[in-house]
Design a protein around this ligand. Structure first.
Ligand code: AMP
Length: 416
């Protein structure tokens, strides 16, 4: 299937061509026709599947077709609510890219910065608003936003909204929306509270499920190193030193841990920066900007800060800590091997984290390949004898990562 088969408006097709999207991803193939028909949608999918375009393209297509020649200020006709500022910015950037050959305008609002610029942008009039829940509710309560003309609403990453404590804000926002609308609901997982929320928000809906395996396992080469807590820093430095040119995203379970990793790397003369909830919006945007443009090669992130971050050419994700929620693993490794690229995800697993690894493998229905021995095996808790029989590096040069891995790296480099 091609985007042309979906009978999209010419300016949108032109933009997709410019983006280099030659064919729809599975979620786009399934969701776009449903949304073009005007039906509500429940999408069980995480970022990395192409879900932003899956909801963005049909909304833009509808708005283009409906575009009246009416005079006066633009009214908000589409709303996208998403949990983090980084995601909000990214979604708005995607809308801008897909609508670049149309007169449609979007803006993005999020907390942590002064509201004046955002209010000014709203007052100029926009067709599409992308927002995080807190700031949205705040500006609604101050009377800067009305949804009288709203026709399309997207609730993105609903399970993350729940994790971040936004669920009440989200309910209040939904209650203020006009009933006559097309509603889209996306969540990577469907715990009970989220099912209930989806039932509240959606009318008759169609469901599209993109399984984590489809999104990750095929594209991302995965591997796990058994390593003690004390040796994690050494192994990290070792791996980073082998890939000075690659963009690497390192996940830490805690904010404190992320800061500590930056300090350790600093001592080893490896430049890095951390993004997490305790950093100011300006610091986060600076680090992310530098990481995206390639001037910063190593970014350390906590899960919430990194969720949905979309960086071209992200060669490697390192799970410095394994997440205790298996779905998070899928989100993390989805940062590499995005829709059009392949990537590598390496995890560190100390003795205490063994149960997490088991849960992850259950969820993704595959064993994460063991990376064999490495120079910092001391204290590594290898209880299940599941290391590969032969170390994967050259026998007399165990400093090297596995051959399999270096091949992947070269392949990735060649792609660029
Ligand atoms: P998302 O899941 O929306 O965050 O998208 C993941 C990545 O895939 C982003 O970098 C998109 O620009 C890219 N992408 C989305 N749709 C396509 C497509 N049809 N072909 C190639 N890349 C795409």
């Amino acid at each position: 299937m091609t985007f042309k088969d979906l009978k999209l408006e010419p300016p949108i097709l032109k933009a997709l061509e410019k983006q280099g999207y030659s064919q729809p991803t599975p979620i786009q193939e399934q969701a776009i026709p449903i949304l073009l028909k005007g039906n509500d949608l429940l999408g069980v999918a995480q970022t990395g599947t192409g879900k932003t375009a899956a909801f963005g393209i049909p909304i833009l297509n509808h708005l283009l077709k409906e575009k009246s020649s009416g005079q006066g200020r633009r009214k908000i006709k589409a709303l996208v609510v998403t949990p983090t500022r980084e995601l909000a910015i990214q979604i708005a950037e995607n809308f801008t890219a897909y609508s670049q050959f149309t007169p449609l305008r979007n803006t993005v609002i999020f907390g942590g910065v002064k509201q004046s610029k955002q209010v000014a942008s709203l007052q100029q009039g926009v067709d599409i608003l992308v927002a995080t829940p807190g700031r949205l509710l705040d500006l609604m309560n101050q009377g800067y936003i009305t949804f009288r003309d709203l026709k399309y609403v997207v609730l993105d990453e609903a399970d993350q909204m729940l994790d971040m404590g936004f669920i009440h804000d989200v309910k209040k926002i939904i209650a203020k929306l006009p009933p006559n609308r097309q509603s889209l609901f996306f969540s990577a997982t469907m715990p009970k509270t989220i099912v209930a929320l989806s039932q509240k928000m959606l009318g008759d809906f169609e469901r599209v499920t993109i399984k984590p395996q489809q999104a990750t396992a095929e594209k991302v080469e995965q591997g796990v190193y058994y390593v003690s807590k004390n040796n994690k820093p050494k192994l990290l430095i070792h791996l980073l030193e082998q890939r000075p040119q690659d963009s690497v995203l390192v996940f830490s379970r805690t904010k404190h841990g992320a800061n500590k990793i930056v300090k350790i790397l600093d001592k080893a003369k490896i430049k890095s920066a951390a993004i997490h909830g305790n950093k100011s919006q300006a610091q986060r945007q600076k680090a992310l900007g530098e990481f995206k443009d390639g001037s910063l090669k190593v970014l350390i992130a906590t899960d919430i800060a990194a969720r949905g971050i979309d960086v071209d050419d992200l060669a490697l994700v390192i799970n410095y800590d394994l997440p205790n929620v298996s779905e998070t693993y899928v989100h993390r490794i989805g940062r590499t091997g995005r829709a059009s690229a392949s990537g590598i995800a390496l995890s560190f697993c100390m003795g205490d984290e063994r149960p997490y690894l088991k849960d992850i493998e259950k969820l993704i229905k595959q064993q994460v390949p063991r990376m064999g021995e490495h120079p910092f095996m001391e204290g590594a808790d290898v209880v299940d004898g599941s290391l590969n029989k032969k170390p994967q590096g050259r026998p007399n040069n165990r400093n090297r990562p596995s051959n399999k891995n270096s091949n992947n790296r070269n392949r990735n480099r060649n792609k660029k």
